[in-house]
Design a protein around this ligand. Structure first.
Ligand code: ADP
Length: 439
């Protein structure tokens, strides 16, 4: 039996004994006993009233008392403290959940059994146009009116996601998933997949382009083979002419395949692949020599200005491919006798490789599209000069992998400058302070 219960029993026995004694002395035992027990009951009632008042208004402190009542109050105080701590923990968890759901880029909604909105995160407004608390309690079907969504919501099988346009921004594509939970409640998650849809569209264009690009040389080759097959006594001059054309077309196809392989390698290998300190000043003279060979009878004047103290952190093979693509373009799009200058140095602290030509130039509306696959300003011109339409997209990919930008400035009829601007962090200064690029 608890200690405090014994104490109460002793108090009651004490009151009874004192009442008996005083009753004997005074001659009024019942009166004295009633007074004693009445006092005890009054004190008990006072504690009960205090307890009741505390239960009604829990903000007050738990009342103080001694004995069994004190113990009861103490236990209630401990219980209240524990509940308070639990509430704080729940509050903290709720705040964490709310900030996590606010940070998620996906729209999240909780629906009741009747498909009414119970809760939505901020992305719900951006992607689905659901604003809480304004829309809380509304049926989702009344706000997302795409019929396909209505059918999907009524379905029991949510194993596959639904793709639909965003109700608030129709140009964006969403992938919507429903996850049933609890007692017939649903969690709706909508993800913005516009970039995936865009990539898919790019892939479709790319396949269409590549089929188109390969069809022309193949048609020429099969056409000439057909002619050769039918010829009874072919003249050697005819044969030579036809074989020459076939050889040209076969070369064009193999250039295309080479460029496609380069692009796919760039897309499939991780960036920062085989990086080292690349001695660009040592690489450029050989690129200049190749350009002079390519220039041949066009006799371009090709100059090279290099900062010998500046090297670059990167992938040597990729950088060589990017720079030679830019140099080859300058040679191919600059008329005979034109000037081509190659520069390597620092510009505002950034390592820069620039190719400037006095060629045909590019109209401003074409410049933003030059790095798209198969984009050409003049298709016939590009093909005649041996272009595949993939050179600048290879350059863009390589520069992206080196955290660099391609900046094109050009004036029609005057010439163009293609600049590869690398981040300062990739510069490696050797021997002496690097020199700024001359304007
Ligand atoms: P292509 O194989 O056709 O040269 P690129 O991707 O290398 O493909 O270049 C895309 C287009 O950009 C070219 O078709 C051409 O119209 C234009 N272009 C590239 N470099 C130059 C330049 N130096 N001068 C003028 N036009 C250029």
């Amino acid at each position: 039996m608890p200690h405090n219960l014994w104490r109460e029993i002793w108090i009651l026995l004490g009151i009874a004994a004192v009442s008996l004694l005083l009753g004997e002395i005074s001659g009024h035992p019942y009166l004295i006993a009633s007074l004693g027990f009445g006092l005890y009951i009054a004190l008990t009632l006072r504690n009960l009233v205090q307890l009741n008042r505390w239960l009604v208004n829990k903000r007050e402190d738990v009342p103080d008392a001694g004995g069994l009542w004190g113990e009861v109050f103490e236990r209630i105080r401990a219980l209240a403290k524990e509940t308070e701590r639990r509430e704080d923990r729940l509050q903290e968890m709720l705040a964490r959940f709310q900030s996590a759901s606010a940070a998620t880029p996906d729209a999240m909604l909780i629906l009741t059994r009747e498909n009414e909105i119970e809760w939505a995160n901020p992305a719900g407004e951006r992607l689905l146009g659901i604003v809480t608390p304004r829309d809380t309690g509304q049926r989702l079907i009344n706000l997302v009116r795409d019929p396909a969504f209505g059918v999907y919501l009524q379905r029991r099988d949510y194993s596959e996601a639904l793709e639909m346009a965003s109700p608030s921004k129709p140009e964006r594509s969403l992938s919507v998933r429903i996850i049933p939970f609890g007692s017939s409640q649903k969690l709706v998650i909508a993800r913005d997949i516009s970039h995936l849809a865009y990539l898919e569209q790019m892939r479709r264009h790319f396949v269409a382009n590549i089929s188109h690009e390969l069809r022309t040389p193949l048609t020429v080759l099969t056409g000439f083979l057909e002619t050769l097959k039918e010829m009874e006594r072919p003249e050697t001059t005819d044969l030579k002419k036809h074989f020459h054309t076939m050889h040209d077309q076969a070369l064009r196809m193999s250039r295309l395949v080479d460029d496609l392989l380069t692009l796919s390698k760039l897309e499939t290998t991780p960036a920062a692949h085989h990086e080292s300190t690349v001695d660009i000043p040592a690489m450029l003279p050989s690129l200049k020599e190749t350009a002079e060979l390519l220039s041949g009878e066009k006799h371009h004047r090709i100059s090279l200005e290099t900062d010998t103290g500046l090297r670059l952190t990167g992938n040597e093979e990729e950088l060589r491919s990017a720079f030679s693509n830019l140099i080859n373009n300058a040679v191919r799009y600059t008329p005979a006798g034109g000037q081509i200058s190659l520069q390597w140095g620092l510009e505002n602290g950034n390592p820069v490789f620039a190719v400037t030509d006095t060629g045909e130039g590019i109209a401003p509306q074409h410049i933003p599209h030059l790095t798209e696959r198969f984009y050409r300003v003049d298709t016939a011109r590009s093909r005649d000069s041996g272009g595949t339409g993939l050179g600048l997209s290879i350059v863009k990919h390589i520069l992206l992998r080196h955290d660099a930008n391609l900046v094109v400035t050009s004036q029609l009829g005057q010439g163009s400058t293609f600049k590869c601007i690398f981040p300062a962090t990739r510069a490696v200064l050797v021997g002496r302070q690097a020199q700024p690029l001359s304007a």
